[in-house]
Design a protein around this ligand. Structure first.
Ligand code: BTN
Length: 334
């Protein structure tokens, strides 16, 4: 492709490269060069052009780009499927998983039908966020009971490295300053004969460069840009996030020796409890057929269950969603 070749040439220098030289090196017309430059600009690259001097690459694109991603992380090449726009990365992966290998990643910055937990929608349109799903299958499948927790910690690590101070709302939401910045949806298929998971799909939605949200989400959602006052390069963040996930998921692999697995999950639980949203506060738990239960949030236990100090003593809950008592339930995603 012409634009990739031109980008490669522009990346080789900080200086201007003349249109004529680019055309000559690629054996194309200057008009073709001009069109390729326009296409790169549409992809988000900042290119300066000056009469008699030519073109100079000023800034790499901060939008998701297969080219940038695989340059940053060549090891991603055979694993990554990038869609400029898609209904839902989780749904796509579920429908196509049969032919795809372990750790395939489907990535986009624009979902038209992003899905959240409990059948809710997840606001994820517009090219400002990172929405990705990872397929896990085979011998090293992560433990289904810990995958969401580990993914939450992976996002926390990413955000801490970027200078934020996140907390995690058990079990799948990451918060910045009391506002949701990331949601996680894990899905899978159980193989009835073996009682084992056939595959798991880990879906992560991170709000990055949003400068605003629809009115119904305004008071509950946030983005990295809104919190920090500056925009982030989606390619850099994506590569960092995948690297962290790749390091973390083997720690909860079902193929591990049970003693090592336990050691690892104990450490994850300890890290999770340190960042637990509303720890020590009065919260209300809801979910499934369960009626509302109120209690003081103690933390999560070694099995990843939520522990509340209720009027009838400490109780452990494997499922549910909590909120600070007295606040409204989430209308949808964020
Ligand atoms: C939630 O907050 O309830 C979970 C939201 C999960 C959103 C991610 S975005 C990537 C993947 N694709 C989806 O449709 N959902 C998940």
């Amino acid at each position: 492709m012409k634009k990739e070749k031109i980008l490669e040439l522009l990346k080789q220098t900080n200086d201007y490269v003349s249109g004529q030289s680019l055309a000559h090196q690629l054996g194309v017309s200057r008009n073709t060069v001009w069109k390729a430059i326009k296409a790169l600009e549409e992809d988000g690259y900042e290119i300066e052009s000056q009469t008699n001097r030519g073109y100079r690459l000023k800034e790499l694109t901060s939008q998701l780009s297969a080219l940038e991603l695989t340059q940053l992380a060549p090891w991603l090449k055979d694993r990554l499927i990038l869609h400029p726009t898609i209904g839902s990365t989780n749904t796509w992966l579920k429908e196509n998983q049969d032919n795809l290998p372990d750790r395939t990643i489907v990535l986009t910055s624009d979902q038209t039908g992003g899905r959240g937990r409990q059948g809710r929608s997840f606001y994820s349109s517009g090219g400002s966020g990172i929405y990705l799903s990872v397929l896990y299958r085979g011998a090293n499948l992560p433990d289904p009971g810990f995958i969401t927790l580990a993914a939450g910690l992976a996002v926390v690590e990413l955000l801490e490295k970027s200078g934020f101070d996140p907390s995690i709302k058990w079990v799948n939401d990451v918060f910045l300053s009391q506002h949701k910045v990331c949601g996680i949806l894990t899905e899978g298929e159980l193989e009835l004969e073996s009682g084992q998971m056939k595959y798991l799909i880990l879906g992560i939605g991170l709000n990055v460069n949003h400068s605003s949200f629809p009115p119904e989400l305004e008071s509950i959602a946030t983005s990295l840009a809104l919190q920090s006052g500056h925009r982030f390069n989606l390619n850099h963040l994506t590569v960092s996030l995948i690297s962290i996930l790749d390091r973390m998921m083997p720690q909860i692999s079902l193929s591990l020796d049970p003693a090592i697995f336990r050691q690892n999950t104990d450490s994850l639980v300890e890290q999770f409890n340190r960042r637990l949203y509303a720890k020590g506060e009065e919260v209300t738990l809801s979910g499934g057929s369960q009626t509302l239960i109120t209690g003081r949030l103690i933390g999560i236990d070694s099995q990843g269950r939520l522990i509340l100090e209720t009027v009838s003593g400490q109780k452990a809950f494997p499922y549910g969603e909590y909120r600070l008592t007295g606040t409204a339930p989430d209308p949808q995603q964020n």
